[in-house]
Design a protein around this ligand. Structure first.
Ligand SMILES: [Zn+2]
Ligand SMILES: [Zn+2]
Length: 94
């Protein structure tokens, strides 16, 4: 992926912090660290999607059978499989 493509991508989704993103430097470990939590990523784009999809976001996926909530649909699927022996797919109604 060229840096030009990245810039277009970041610019469209993160206009106010575009400069921050393009100037972001890896830390001493060569990792890109989230400034809101302690997660670190090897690639800037992974940190970007962490911030966009995970960090500071409300968990969007609620277990229909208990109070478990998660930010990732995959986690809810494995939660249902493990805790409720229920296998979620889009047509399932269990
Ligand atoms: Zn974070
Ligand atoms: Zn549950």
């Amino acid at each position: 992926m060229s840096s030009q493509n990245l810039q277009v991508h970041f610019c469209g989704l993160f206009p106010e912090s575009f400069l921050t993103w393009s100037n972001l430097k890896p830390n001493l470990n060569g990792m890109f660290a989230c400034d809101l939590c302690d997660k670190e990523y090897k690639y800037k784009r992974n940190l970007y999607s962490h911030k966009k999809d995970e960090c500071g976001q409300e968990p969007r996926f609620q277990c229909p059978q208990c109070s478990y909530r998660t930010k990732r649909k995959g986690n809810l699927k494995s939660h249902l499989a493990i805790r409720h022996e229920c296998y979620l797919d889009d047509s399932a109604n269990c």
